[in-house]
Design a protein around this ligand. Structure first.
Ligand SMILES: [Zn+2]
Length: 146
């Protein structure tokens, strides 16, 4: 989670959300920061960018079996779906996202019993630190607008 926080703190004007994919041996394969505005891409969430980069360097081309995805915020429906499709074995996330969270807040996409792949989930890891990063970002934005 420290590595995901580090990715979130990286350069960029987008909402600071960071994600890292670790290989089965615990070695980081790819890290990314949310870049929706920067890339002009509604799907450029940190998780998606990290999954794409990890799949380029690991696995059979797209499966990330045995890998762990760490992200600073509870994934949305798109990212939850993507990590299931990527066969991520373990999901670790920081802050809860009551407005869009799809790993128990609004839905629980990754543990739906109808899916044939369900990752192990650990939520709320360093939650305060992860949430603090977002709160500071939005407080600064509000101050700039007023
Ligand atoms: Zn997402």
């Amino acid at each position: 989670m420290q590595a995901a926080l580090e990715a979130a703190r990286g350069p960029g004007a987008d909402v600071p959300i960071g994600a890292v994919v670790f290989g089965p041996d615990g070695r980081p394969l790819a890290a990314a920061r949310n870049a929706r505005v920067e890339l002009g891409d509604p799907t450029a969430h940190a998780e998606i960018l990290a999954l794409r980069a990890a799949a380029r360097v690991h696995g059979d081309g797209w499966r990330l079996e045995g890998c762990t995805l760490a992200v600073t915020l509870e994934p949305c429906t798109m990212c939850a779906g993507a990590l299931v499709l990527a066969r991520i074995s373990r999901l670790v996330f920081g802050a809860w996202e009551p407005k869009t969270g799809a790993v128990s807040s609004l839905w629980d996409v990754v543990r739906d019993r109808r899916l044939n792949h369900r990752p192990e989930v650990h939520g709320g890891i360093l939650a305060q630190e992860c949430a603090g990063l977002l709160e500071n970002y939005f407080a600064t934005r509000r101050a700039q607008l007023s």
